[in-house]
Design a binder for this molecule. Sequence first.
Ligand code: ADP
Ligand code: ZN
Length: 292
Amino acid sequence: MRIGAIEAGGTKFVCGIGNEEGIIEDSVSFPTERPEETLDRVIAYFEDKQIEAMGIGSFGPIDLDPASPTYGYVTTTPKPGWANYDFLGKLKQSFPVPYGWDTDVNAAAFGEAKWGAAQGLDSCVYYTIGTGVGVGIYAEGRLVHGLVHPEGGHVPVRRHPEDTFQGICPFHGDCLEGMAAGPALEARWKVKGHELPEGHEAWEMEAYYIAGAVTGAILMLSPKKVILGGGVMQQAQLFGLIRDQVKYNLNGYVSSEVLLNHLDSYIVPPGLGNRAGLIGALALGAESLRQR
Ligand code: ADP
Ligand code: ZN
């Protein structure tokens, strides 16, 4: 089986083909431009690939309700041209195959559950901490959509006692994304994230915010794995700081051996590395074939 996969990000698109074992055979990447130009390149890539299904993990917000007249649309994004754009419909015109369609972070969570760090588990939470913050939720063996789809990057967070930064989320100011996404780090410390030295106080503060949100997710969803990806998590020292802070926050309350003593194997980087998004999209495509 040949399955198409699209990791549709706000800054770049990655297209690939692979199989139902999670193996990517070929991929290309290009910057996200206006939808017409971008989709032309997507269609040109898949044109001669004879795909039998397609999976798409998309930036959003997007419409995931199959009963909605705007199912498959990107909805309210400020990205030029993309608001109210019929992304899925446009692809269906060129490739009439079964589709898997979900958020970029749900795709990554699904890929991790199928072939990555949460393989064999029926739940996980996937965070990306990059240009924005997003959260994908896999629970009881299925992706969570709810009313629209979870927007866990924008949860309110408790302010770090030494932090006076206002936050940069245009909607909420000091939500998780406003305080802890890559651009927030840069705005607070006036240097790029990767230029901040390992021992800088920025990392303790960063970990504090991420751990606050992760603690909430653990208490709310009781996931069997928490996976943290995205550019900012390239700072490997964050993992130890986040685990320590989560342990402090939980304070022994939840009686689970893994939460009490094994956070090192519970809060982890993506097993699929920087391919989590693309392989996740492949997993969505494979699932659409299985469901048919
Ligand atoms: P996107 O979220 O656009 O898909 P990334 O996940 O790569 O892309 O996130 C990009 C953000 O991550 C930028 O704000 C960048 O400054 C930050 N970033 C990338 N690499 C690092 C690093 N090694 N250390 C800290 N921050 C980083
Ligand atoms: Zn926000």
